[in-house]
Write a protein that binds this ligand. Sequence first.
Ligand SMILES: O=C(O)C(=O)C[C@]1(C(=O)O)C=C[C@@H](O)C=C1
Length: 269
Amino acid sequence: MKKIAVLGPKNTYSDLCHLAFNQLTHQNISPIYYQNVKDVLLGGKSLGYAILPIENTLEGYVQPHMDLLFSSGLSIDAEIKLPIEFDYVYKKDAKHIYVQYVTKNQCILFLDKNTDKKIILTDSNVESYDAYLSDPEGAAIVPKHLVKESDLSIPNVSDELDNYTRFLMLKGTPHELKIYKGNEPYKVSLVVTPKEDRPGLLYGILEAFKEANINLISIMSRPTKKKMGTYHFFLEFMVNLDKNHVVNEVLSYLKSSFEIKVLGIYQIL
Ligand SMILES: O=C(O)C(=O)C[C@]1(C(=O)O)C=C[C@@H](O)C=C1
């Protein structure tokens, strides 16, 4: 039986994403829950599958998660986007607000109005809810689906209600396009590391995409963490299924001046 590493406990947004993945791909992969995202990726390495929240409407890319993906040795199998809604639950004399570290950055306006309470960061939204339940002075920002009628609550505390998180389904096998959806285009995520530092380096990357007429979705730099002032570039772009040869041409061109790590070639479910 296939297993997938998921941020737990049960009922996190990552867990909802695992259910959506099973439904959309007609599979029955069972979840193994881990306490934090770092352990999810380590678990995914031994189980063969993992789920990683990578980007959201309000914060953009979650940078620590990008770094974990880069060093995980896992590749991207597919992408799923889920709507995200947060409510506030609280005890009458609340003094502490439990909030997951990515959730915090999606509810800044609300938290700015509650500076009289101490913010305690957690690793998952369900951990926040459980901590509020067991703390007589607790409050928490939690997914709407966790809130019960018995909770004192304030609905919709995200900075923007039309809020989505993009999850990556990761696999332990090397990157290879798995066609889940007929003729739909696919996305390529890759990391480009310059072999040397020189003027015009970034221009060279952009030029390769312009020449191939490929529309870049994003380009972001992250520190290599090896030497101060040196960076990798994370790139994402969409391609039609019949344009494989163009992608191969761009990758071989980039390989002449850069180290390339393809994180995944995958479809959006
Ligand atoms: O804590 C959860 O429910 C998660 O699945 C994690 C996570 C994330 O880290 O992005 C997932 C979606 C929301 O953006 C907030 C938290």
